[in-house]
Design a protein around this ligand. Structure first.
Ligand SMILES: Nc1nc2c(ncn2[C@@H]2O[C@H](COP(=O)(O)OP(=O)(O)OP(=O)(O)O)[C@@H](O)[C@H]2O)c(=O)[nH]1
Ligand SMILES: [Mg+2]
Length: 606
C-alpha cells in the first residue's frame, strides 16, 4: 500500500503558493519533456492566468519516492478565505508560506489561525529569499511570534522551517546555502506530516468542494475519512438539516498529477472525487446506505457586500453582447449559486434588478468578468457593505488594514485613511519601509486602494481583512471630485476634448462613441460638470481642421473593472458588455437628475 500525505499550501496573496506547487509537479517529473510550459499550469482558468491569482482551491498529487502526496493549492486573497478554511478539512498538515520580504501579512494570520485551530501540523516555508533586501531570519522570527500569539500547541510550535525560492525551484534548511531543487522540502513533508491512515468502518466523506465538468456536471470532492467506497455502491447523502437522500456512486476518481484518474474503489485517507451523487451541497456527508452517520456541518462564509445587478438599459445596449434580457441575467445568476458558495441573491421590486451578495469586491468582480466573457451585458450599482443591527445598535464591518510604504509617504497614507474613519494602531519600521496598521470600516476601504497608490507613486503594499461588526462609525465622505458627464450622444472629437482639457482628466479618447449621461472623466472640482465633447471644428476652416491630428491630447485613464466598481457613487452604474466598461449616471437626463437630487436633499433635511 502506498503511503499518503495530505497537505494544503496556505499563505497571503502572491506569496508564491502556486509557483511552489508548479515546481513540485515539475520536480516529481509529472511533465513529459514536450509539456514543459514555463507558465503557471495550475492557475488554469483564463481569469486566473490573466490576473496571476488563484481563485479556486485545486487538488493535485505527486509521487515522491514511494509516498503519494496530495497537495491542495489555496487562494490567498481575503475574499476567498472561506474556501481555504473549508479545504483545510481534507489535509493533515499545512505548508505556511511567507514572503521573506513582506513577512507575515493579514491573510497569513487568518489562514494560519484556522490551521492551528483545526490542530494541523505545520511546516513553514520562507519564500522569495532571492529578492533583494529580503529578511529571511526576521521573517522566521515574526512567524514564530505569530504561532505563539495564535496559541499553537507545543507540537505545532516545533515547526520545521525551509527557506528558498519557489521561482528558482529550490528549498533549503539554511537560506545562505541554496540547494538545486525541492528535495529538502519533500523530505520534510514526508517526515513531519502524519500519514493519512485507513480507518475501518462504514464510509464517511464530507463534501468540501465541488468540481465541475462540462461532460458530467457537478462532482463532489472530499476526503474519505472512514471506510471504503466503490463504483456502483449505494450510499446515503446526509444533508446539513439531517435529511437523508439515497444515491448511487457512478464514477470514482483519485487526483493524479494535474488531473483525475478513474478508479474502482477508494480507501479512507485518500482525497477523491465522486460522480453520481444527486442534489449535494458543500458540507453534506456521503455515508453508509444502511447506517448513515453525518459529520458536523462545516461553516459557510456569510456575505459581506451587496451590489445591484440589472440589465443594460443604456442607449448602447445590445450592441456588443449576446445575453441582454432580465431572463438571461436571472438564469445565469441562479446557475452560479450551484457552485459559488458565498454568493446569495435577493429579488427586488423590479424584475430587471437583482441584489447580489458576495464576499467582497474581488469576489463579485470575478463573477461579473466571467459573465462578460460569456457574452452578457449588464449594469451594476455601487458596492455596499452589509449593515447589521446588533443589540439594537446599527453595526458595520470593521477591517484591519495594513500598509507598508516608504517612510516619506507614510504621512500621506495616514491622512488618507484617517479621513475615512480609519484609526492608526501600529506604526513601526520594517526594513526600509514603514509598517502601518489601522482599523477601518469596510466602507472606507472601497475606493481607497486607488487613491493610496496615486498618493504613494504605486509603492504602497496594501492588505486588509475583516475583523468584526462594530457600531457604525459615522459618515464617510464619498469621491473627492465630481465627474465630467457627457451632454449628448455622438462621437467625441479631439477638438472638443482639447478645448475642455483643463476641466479634468478623461476616461475616453477622441473618436469614441458616448451618450448623454455617460461619465467621461473626472472633474477638477467636487461638483459634476456636464460637457459636450462631440463638437467638431467648423468645417469651413479647412486648413485649421487639418491640424486636428496634431493636438496634444493626454491619453485617457482606463479603469479596470474593480477600479470602476470602487469609483462609482450611489447615483451611478457601471455598464458592462463583452467589449466595454463604461460608467454612467443612473438617470441619464440632466433635468430629471437634478430633480431627483433635490428630492433626496429635501428628504435628508427633513
Ligand atoms: N522573486 C520571487 N518571486 C516569486 C517567488 N515565488 C513566486 N514569485 C512571484 O510572485 C508572484 C505570485 O506568485 P503565485 O505563485 O501566483 O502566488 P500565490 O501565492 O499562488 O498567489 P494567490 O494564489 O493569488 O494567493 C508571481 O509573480 C511569481 O512569479 C520567489 O521565490 N521569488
Ligand atoms: Mg496561487
Amino acid at each position: 500500500m502506498t503511503e499518503i500525505r495530505n497537505i494544503a499550501i496556505i499563505a497571503h496573496v502572491d506569496h508564491g503558493k502556486t509557483t511552489l506547487v508548479d515546481k513540485i509537479l515539475h520536480q516529481c517529473k509529472l511533465f513529459r519533456e514536450n509539456q514543459e510550459t514555463g507558465e503557471l499550469i495550475l492557475d488554469n482558468n483564463d481569469l486566473e492566468r490573466e490576473r496571476g491569482i488563484t481563485i479556486l482551491a485545486k487538488n493535485v498529487s505527486v509521487h515522491y519516492k514511494d509516498v503519494k502526496i496530495n497537495i491542495i493549492d489555496t487562494p490567498g486573497h481575503a475574499d476567498f478565505g472561506g474556501e481555504v478554511e473549508r479545504v483545510l478539512n481534507m489535509a493533515d498538515g499545512v505548508l505556511i508560506l511567507v514572503d521573506a520580504f513582506e513577512g507575515p501579512m493579514p491573510q497569513t494570520r487568518f489562514v494560519l489561525s484556522k490551521a492551528i485551530e483545526l490542530g494541523k501540523k505545520a511546516i513553514a516555508v520562507v519564500n522569495k529569499v532571492d529578492k533583494p533586501n529580503c529578511r529571511p531570519d526576521e521573517t522566521h522570527e515574526l512567524l514564530f511570534d505569530l504561532f505563539c500569539k495564535l496559541n499553537a500547541s507545543e507540537d505545532q510550535l516545533n515547526f520545521p522551517t525551509l527557506y528558498g525560492s519557489s521561482k528558482q525551484g529550490w528549498m533549503s534548511l539554511d537560506w545562505q546555502n541554496p540547494t538545486t531543487d525541492l528535495t529538502p522540502l519533500l523530505e520534510t513533508i514526508v517526515n513531519t506530516i502524519p500519514p493519512a491512515i485507513h480507518v475501518e468502518g462504514t464510509p464517511q466523506m464530507q463534501i468540501t468542494s465541488i468540481d465541475y465538468s462540462s461532460y458530467t456536471g457537478r462532482i463532489a470532492v472530499g476526503r474519505l475519512l472512514r471506510g471504503t467506497l466503490s463504483v456502483g455502491m449505494f450510499v446515503s447523502l446526509v444533508k446539513r438539516d439531517g435529511q437523508i437522500l439515497k444515491s448511487k456512486i457512478k464514477e470514482l476518481y483519485l487526483f493524479e498529477g494535474l488531473g483525475k484518474m478513474k478508479v474502482e474503489s477508494i480507501r479512507s485517507g485518500e482525497i477523491c472525487a465522486i460522480f453520481g451523487i444527486e442534489n449535494f451541497d458543500i458540507g453534506d456527508t456521503v455515508a453508509d446506505a444502511e447506517n448513515p452517520e453525518g459529520l458536523p456541518p462545516i461553516s459557510i462564509e456569510e456575505p459581506t457586500m451587496s451590489m445591484l445587478f440589472t440589465i443594460n438599459n443604456s442607449p448602447f445596449f445590445g450592441k456588443e453582447g449576446k445575453f441582454v434580457t432580465s431572463r438571461h441575467l436571472r438564469d445565469r445568476l441562479n446557475k452560479e449559486l450551484e457552485k459559488n458558495l458565498a454568493l446569495r441573491l435577493e429579488d427586488t421590486d423590479s424584475p430587471d434588478q437583482i441584489l447580489v451578495f458576495g464576499r467582497g469586491i474581488l469576489h463579485l468582480a470575478i463573477l461579473i468578468e466571467t459573465m462578460r466573457r460569456e457574452g452578457f451585458e449588464l449594469q451594476v450599482g455601487q458596492p455596499k457593505v452589509i449593515i447589521k443591527e446588533i443589540d439594537g445598535k446599527k453595526c458595520e464591518p470593521i477591517e484591519m488594514l495594513s500598509v507598508d510604504v516608504p517612510k516619506e509617504s507614510a504621512g500621506k497614507v495616514i491622512e488618507l485613511v484617517t479621513a475615512r474613519k480609519g484609526e492608526l494602531l501600529v506604526m513601526e519600521t520594517k526594513g526600509d519601509l514603514q509598517h502601518l496598521e489601522f482599523q477601518i470600516p469596510s466602507r472606507g476601504i472601497v475606493g481607497l486602494r486607488n487613491n493610496m497608490l496615486t498618493a504613494t507613486a504605486g509603492e504602497a503594499i496594501i492588505a486588509h481583512r475583516f475583523v468584526a461588526y462594530e457600531p457604525w462609525r459615522g459618515n464617510i465622505p464619498g469621491r473627492n471630485m465630481g465627474v465630467l458627464v457627457s451632454m449628448e450622444k455622438g462621437m467625441s472629437t479631439g477638438f472638443a476634448i482639447d478645448r475642455l482639457a483643463d476641466r479634468g482628466t478623461y476616461f475616453i479618447d477622441p473618436g469614441e462613441e458616448v451618450y448623454g449621461g455617460q461619465i467621461i472623466g473626472e472633474h477638477i472640482r467636487p461638483s459634476d460638470l456636464i460637457i459636450n465633447v462631440t463638437k467638431a471644428k467648423h468645417l469651413t476652416n479647412m486648413r485649421a481642421s487639418g491640424t486636428d491630428a496634431a493636438l496634444k491630447i493626454v491619453p485617457k485613464i482606463q479603469f479596470s473593472l474593480e477600479e470602476a466598481m470602487e469609483y462609482i457613487q450611489d447615483d451611478e452604474y457601471v455598464e458592462l458588455t463583452p467589449k466595454s466598461i463604461r460608467m454612467r449616471k443612473i438617470i441619464l437626463d440632466e433635468n430629471e437628475r437634478t430633480r431627483a437630487r433635490k428630492q433626496v436633499e429635501a428628504m435628508q433635511e427633513s
